[in-house]
Write a protein that binds this ligand. Structure first.
Ligand code: NAI
Length: 424
């Protein structure tokens, strides 16, 4: 398969615009900039080949360039057919040590062909968002596995899939669950998804949240952020859950908690954040009000069952760019954003998470890749937590960049915290 530069009519102009976007992101990524200084000096990835499947936009590009500047050959493609920015992809492809196959709007065959093209580079390290590349390597290229040192996984759904594979004894090289680190999950999933999903829904529709009922399906890290930010924009927030403690937490935060069946009747805006399938289905569409907005922030486009909605609809049209209206037999119209794909990355105006948030997530990615090269032998096949010392390292770089000072434990305090025999 050809790289993106061979597919665009004017790759040089696209690359120039892509470089502009990347430069802006890099200016606001102090963690990656600090790591760049270290990586350029030490070249920890000399001789390695990194294969990446991620959302190819400006912040990811900053990570990709960092890995290349650390000495690696990098091949990259998208992890979603709608989240790629072609100009950023072209800018990456113009780097002498990077090949990018990512292109926006590809069909399923092209999407998987691009993953195959990355695998053709014979990566020694994989960096995934959703696990599609790890899956393709295990299914179709098992001979490569012996030469792979390890991998990193960015998102909750990818970590779930990897753990399921590990439980079945099928995962044959070590992969770090980058998603699960505090520096990623507590900021990216909560604040990033909350802010960027709501912003993209508002920009795509030009509508307000104030006075509306926003239904958030799933009260995990992403749902918690979406609910909080929607509430902050004066929406009435309703939460649906299947896990009793998460439901109770939402209840104690003051949100209305109910079933999707009930929420379907009152919601104006529905946002799914479950990582599960068929969360909004025919029985819910049948109860919804005219004009509702349906958006998904979970990794795959299976949370809102669009096949069932299509079957139910008598007519479909593009109501606005990025908004597909489904007209039901009784005249009600339900509006689906970004084809049910993750709305903060796949809607036409999408920019993904704020830069500062991705600086943290990708800071963890970068140090986890360095760990694979430096200490990979310490990790057997399977899913591994990123060592806490690495997460702390990234937090310390960020605090220093922000000029925030914190206290140190005294020797007495440390001894007290580590002992079990200090009672009253
Ligand atoms: P999580 O596991 O913390 O939360 C998911 C919640 O959904 C859980 O509390 C679970 O009980 C609940 N749930 C599952 N099935 C449900 C159902 N049928 N109805 C109601 N609730 C249900 O996961 P997290 O980190 O919040 O991630 C959620 C999804 O968002 C994943 O697919 C993840 O990959 C994706 N993600 C998307 C991002 C974005 O940029 N849009 C960023 C980070 C994660």
């Amino acid at each position: 398969m050809d790289s993106i530069s061979m597919q665009l009519p004017d790759p040089a102009a696209a690359a120039e615009e892509g470089h502009r976007k990347i430069a802006w992101a890099r200016e606001h990524m102090p963690i990656l900039n600090a790591l760049r200084e270290e990586f350029e000096a030490d070249r920890p990835l000399d001789g390695e080949t990194v294969g990446m499947a991620m959302h190819v936009e400006a912040k990811t590009a900053a990570l990709t360039e960092l890995l290349a500047d650390a000495g690696a050959e990098v091949a990259i493609t998208g992890c979603n057919p709608l989240s790629t920015h072609d100009d950023v992809s072209a800018a990456l492809d113009a780097h002498e040590n990077i090949t990018s196959y990512a292109k926006r709007g590809v069909d399923d065959d092209e999407y998987y062909a691009a993953i195959e093209a990355v695998i053709d580079h014979e990566p020694t390290i994989t960096v995934d968002d959703g696990m599609d590349m790890v899956a393709a390597i295990h299914e179709s290229h098992p001979k490569l596995i012996d030469s792979i040192l390890g991998g990193c996984e960015e998102t909750t759904t990818g970590v779930h899939r990897l753990r399921a594979m590990d439980d079945d004894g099928e995962l044959r090289y070590p992969v770090f669950a980058v998603n699960d680190t505090p520096m990623k999950r507590l900021f990216d999933n909560v604040h990033g998804t909350g802010e960027s999903s709501l912003a993209n829904i508002a920009m795509t529709t030009n509508l307000s949240y104030a006075g509306k009922t926003v239904v958030v399906a799933g009260y995990g890290d992403c749902g918690r952020g979406v609910a909080k930010k929607a509430s902050g924009q004066n929406a009435h927030v309703v939460v649906t859950e299947v896990e009793p403690r998460r439901a109770l937490e939402a209840h104690m935060e003051g949100y209305e908690v109910t079933t999707m069946q009930e929420a379907a009747e009152t919601g104006d805006v529905f946002i799914t954040t479950t990582g599960n399938r068929d969360v909004i289905t025919r029985e819910h569409f049948e109860r919804m009000n005219d004009g509702v907005l349906l958006a998904n922030a979970g990794h795959f486009d299976v949370e809102v069952n669009l096949d069932q909605l299509s079957e139910l609809a008598v007519a479909e049209r593009e109501a606005r760019e990025g908004v597909r209206e489904y007209e039901l037999p009784d005249g009600r119209r339900l509006n689906v954003l970004a084809e049910g794909r993750l709305v903060n990355l796949a809607s036409p105006v999408a920019l993904g998470h704020p830069v500062e948030v991705m600086d943290q997530s990708f800071g963890v990615q970068a140090v986890a890749v360095r760990e694979i090269v430096e200490n990979g032998d310490d990790y057997g096949p399977g899913v591994h937590d990123v060592p806490d010392r690495l997460d702390r390292e990234v937090a310390e770089i960020k605090l220093a960049a922000e000029g925030v000072e914190i206290d140190d434990l005294s020797d007495e305090q440390r001894e007290y915290m580590e002992s079990w025999d200090h009672g009253t």
